[in-house]
Write a protein that binds this ligand. Structure first.
Ligand SMILES: Cc1cc2nc3c(=O)[nH]c(=O)nc-3n(C[C@H](O)[C@H](O)[C@H](O)COP(=O)(O)O)c2cc1C
Length: 222
């Protein structure tokens, strides 16, 4: 699979089969992804890859809290600016309309939206997941490094026939994840990532993108 194909076929998959993810494939992906770039090569990512019982335990703890109506953990970082200005606000609304519209959920049906988003904490059925931490001292450039690392992981997963879904949703239950993983002090959970084989019976519509001239400016010379 070439890089264009990997980029074009990657999408946030929200429905996986229970087919196990080969450990060797995960090792190949994580070994190759370690070649991701980072400022001064500090490699600020801390990835935990879970399958089997440990992943079931994380899902169980989050699921129990959801069922009990527990509040989310206090945020360790802000997922979005409090005021999402234009054009980001409109893009976010369009995403919500597409995602929940595809599930037949009305715009104002908050309960149904919550039920749909609760699948996040079951990793959408995925049998493997990655939890990515970053040191709490790190700044914006290092968060960008971690983003590049995670995208590299997601593209390499495509080369193994696997799909993924990056999930900030897991940061809302960071304490439950930490109970299972016991990360060193000073790390905070950026996101989870569901990993597995796509359930082809579920519609995974492509999300649109802004036209190129809204996000890219070519400044040509002669
Ligand atoms: C850092 C990050 C966090 C995300 N968190 C979630 C999440 O918690 N749950 C979810 O269903 N999708 C999540 N997504 C997926 C986005 O909604 C998705 O990438 C976006 O809508 C574009 O769609 P595509 O990835 O299918 O192209 C996240 C994506 C990123 C990059």
């Amino acid at each position: 699979m070439d890089v264009y194909e990997a980029v074009a076929s990657r999408r946030a998959v929200r429905g996986f089969t229970d087919r196990p993810v080969p450990r060797k494939a995960l090792e190949r992906v994580l070994s190759a992804a370690s070649w991701s770039p980072s400022g001064s090569n500090i490699q600020p990512w801390h990835a935990y890859v879970l399958t089997g019982r440990p992943l079931a335990e994380v899902k169980k703890r989050a699921g129990a809290r959801l069922a009990a109506g527990d509040p989310w953990d206090e945020p360790e970082y802000e997922q979005y600016p409090a005021e999402l200005k234009s054009p980001y606000h409109e893009r976010r609304s369009a995403f919500g309309a597409q995602r929940y519209g595809a599930l037949g959920i009305a715009r104002d049906d908050l309960a149904a939206r919550q039920r749909a988003s609760s699948a996040n904490w079951d990793c959408f059925g995925a049998p493997a997941a990655l939890f990515c931490y970053i040191d709490q001292d790190m700044g914006a450039p290092q968060w960008a490094d971690v983003g590049m690392y995670l995208q590299t992981v997601m593209l390499l997963l495509r080369a193994e026939g696997l799909h993924s879904c990056p999930q900030m949703a897991w940061a809302k239950f960071h304490r439950s994840v930490a109970e299972v993983l016991s990360p060193p002090a000073g790390l905070l959970l950026f996101c989870g990532m569901s990993i597995g084989f796509r359930d082809a019976t579920i519609d995974h519509a492509r999300t649109p993108r802004a036209p190129l001239d809204q996000t890219v400016t070519f400044v040509d010379g002669r």
